[in-house]
Design a protein around this ligand. Sequence first.
Ligand code: AMP
Ligand code: TRP
Length: 333
Amino acid sequence: MTDKKKVVLSLVQPSGELTIANYLGAIKNFIKLQDEYDCYIGVADLHSITVPQVPADLRRRSREVVAIYMALGLDPEKVNLFIQSHNTDHLKLYWVLNSISYMGQLSRMTQFKDKIARGEDNNNAALFTYPVLMAADILAYNADFVPVGIDQKQHMELARDLAIRFNSKYSDTFTVPDAIINQSTMKIMSLRNPEKKMSKSDEDKNASIFLFDDANAIRKKVMSAVTDSLNNFDYNDEQKGLKNLIDLYSAFSDLSAQEIIEKYKGQGYGTFKADLAELIIADLSKFQEKYNELIKDKDKIDEILLKGAENSRRKTSRMLDKVYRKVGFLQIK
Ligand code: AMP
Ligand code: TRP
């Protein structure tokens, strides 16, 4: 029966410290899907070297992301947890997909343009073809669904385009994947500037709540989050800062925006913010406790990763054989 289950795949890069935006925008959705689907959830170490990394830190953080996944609620008995570089099929497919990717389309990718615009003297070729590797991650598994935040939408379009292009050039091979994007948490905004997304690479550490922030830091960041001076407790696009905080409240409490408005209508923002901070603290402190337990047992994590790598290779190897045959690479029995 397991073969019949639809496939869900997503990866998160082990660069920088994860924020509640990564949790709400992506990881929380993986958790919701784990009972129903055949899930492959990875650590995108190959993607992370498109920006400079300290090798020892990258190695450590790759294991940490796995412990984070588990502490947030991914069950390694249900989900295949793996490290991207442990399955070279991703790279084999990447090369083939490069051969049907157009320079023009890649140069229009906003994430690439943003990174180049920052002018950090790091315009390497991998940064340019990064979305092709992401497409390979997805197509190698014939993934049906890919849970991500809205910032990955353009990359998802490319993955779909490449699947369709390959299928029509050679013959039906790949499933055309759909992004799963949660409307209210698809773009969590910076606490300092509600026009900008919350990002783990933001230089202003007060703009983001990190999964390992302590209670005081969380209180301070939420209380000083930028809102407005309208003093009107409402959920709309004119009050972006408040809207973002209501989205956060909703995600951490499971109340709808409407219910939250009814609860705080007519009050200043202060009580609401203080309650929001406590909700986040309660959730994250439980997470941190679990994480601290899990990270102690590195052997257990490695065991999970070994199994994850085997399952991941088992899933992709037939696909890669098929692709290599279709493009005309000689295969000798
Ligand atoms: P990254 O931080 O780029 O490795 O992203 C890991 C996952 O978190 C991806 O699925 C992103 O789409 C998602 N994500 C990153 N930032 C945000 C954000 N501000 N709001 C919602 N989702 C996000
Ligand atoms: N590019 C994604 C990000 O920065 C990470 C990623 C790599 C990914 N490969 C993927 C996400 C495959 C979904 C599916 O967030």
